[in-house]
Write a protein that binds this ligand. Structure first.
Ligand code: SF4
Length: 385
């Protein structure tokens, strides 16, 4: 058995307690000591060395924005990356962004949602998106995803109630690591985030959604939240805005959501729609969108049997730098929503403050990285990039 001084410390971030205990056992550390160390990291924010090791990247930028519910905090952390593809130009790090968003529920209780990044940059190339301009640098490991939660809890000292994968990157493009991170975050011995408090948002990778269909049938995974970034009323517009639609069109997307409805026991699927004037904001687009939403429209009869509804979030577009489109006016947003409601679609209008944060995915991406002017990788280069 190895003596304590010879133990190679292990980071529990990204591991469940069982996985951490197994890793500790290989170093000759017993389950009791491993459990104490695991609790230390996730419950008290401290590492008992050895066997636990905790290296949290430095926060290199931090921005606070007061909102009605409190303060929205965006923080940027710098991860060392000696294998960076621009290492020969002296760049050996990746910057990742996370956002803590205060919210107030109907009961008046204040909660905090953490928007995490799953990749550095993104390969999906959505036309309206800031992050798309960066291209994909690499996918994050599970521990690098979990450390964003750890930073929010123990450096920012804000208790996180909900986690959404709506930061930089397409989670389905890095699904193995995202699922590992979720298994860690929901471990009852560690971070103890409820599965129902976690939402994965996708741009519509049907292969990933098919994996989720199987995953949510595993014990403990049934309440995982799902959101789809739809953003268009028909294939023609969607393929222009979001290249992923050329691979999986809206009919395929609709079908996978219907199949998910069957296995998710009535949990809502959030459908996100960024409203862009001159692109997808006409009233006829509202009609087409409502027709696509039909299987998910609130229907008393259907709810009795399946308990399912789709919920549409209309997000007023927040122009990215050099955007060809403006933000919609209040009147455009209201008219679009009103039309959807006449079709029975249950609509939630994302408030303006959300634009800079959870509105996307699309709005993250640091200026510094953008200035490097990298060429986006193609989708099939993304995993383990
Ligand atoms: S909108 Fe999301 S999926 Fe599309 S390019 Fe931006 S970060 Fe990627």
């Amino acid at each position: 058995m190895a003596r304590a001084t010879e133990i190679e410390p292990i980071s529990p971030l990204g591991l469940t307690l069982e996985q951490f205990k197994a890793a500790c056992a290989r170093e000759g550390v017993g389950p009791g000591r491993a459990t104490t160390a695991y609790h230390g990291v996730f419950r008290d924010g401290i590492a008992h060395e050895p066997p636990a090791r905790l290296v949290i990247p430095e926060i290199v930028k931090r921005h606070e924005e007061p909102v009605d519910e409190g303060v929205t905090i965006k923080f940027v952390q710098r991860l060392p990356n000696p294998n960076h593809r621009l290492a020969d130009k002296g760049i050996d790090f990746d910057d990742i962004e996370s956002v803590i968003i205060p919210m107030k529920g109907r009961s008046g209780r204040k909660t905090h949602t953490l928007c995490v990044s799953s990749q550095v940059g993104c390969a999906m190339g959505c036309d309206f998106c800031e992050t798309a301009q960066m291209g994909l640098m690499r996918s994050l490991r599970a521990d690098e995803i979990v450390q964003q939660w750890w930073t929010a809890e123990f450096i920012e000292k804000i208790h996180i109630d909900n986690i959404v994968f709506m930061g930089m990157g397409e989670p389905m493009d890095n699904l193995d690591e995202v699922l590992k991170a979720i298994a860690c975050l929901t471990d009852h011995h560690g971070a103890r985030v409820a599965m129902s408090a976690i939402t994965i948002s996708t741009v519509g990778r049907v292969d990933g959604l098919r994996r989720i269909e199987k995953q949510v049938q595993q014990p403990g995974w049934g309440k995982l939240g799902l959101a789809l970034s739809l953003n268009a009323p028909n294939d023609e517009i969607r393929s222009k805005l979001m290249p992923i639609n050329k691979k999986w069109d809206m009919a395929e997307l609709q079908q996978v959501l219907i199949d998910l409805r069957e296995v998710r026991g009535g949990r809502k699927i959030m459908i996100e729609y960024v409203l862009i004037p001159g692109v997808n904001a006409e009233l006829e687009h509202a009609d087409q969108l409502a027709a696509w939403m039909k299987p998910f429209i609130r229907d008393e009869e259907r709810e009795k049997h399946s308990g399912h509804t789709g919920l549409l979030n209309v997000i007023p577009y927040n122009p990215r730098r050099d955007s060809p489109w403006p933000a919609p006016t209040q009147e455009q947003v209201d008219a679009f929503i009103q039309r959807l409601m006449t079709h029975g679609v249950f609509v939630n209008r994302r408030r303006t403050k959300g634009r800079d944060t959870m509105a996307a995915c699309g709005q993250l991406g640091t200026a510094e990285i953008r200035r490097r002017n990298l060429v986006p990788l193609t989708t099939n280069q993304t995993n383990n990039a």
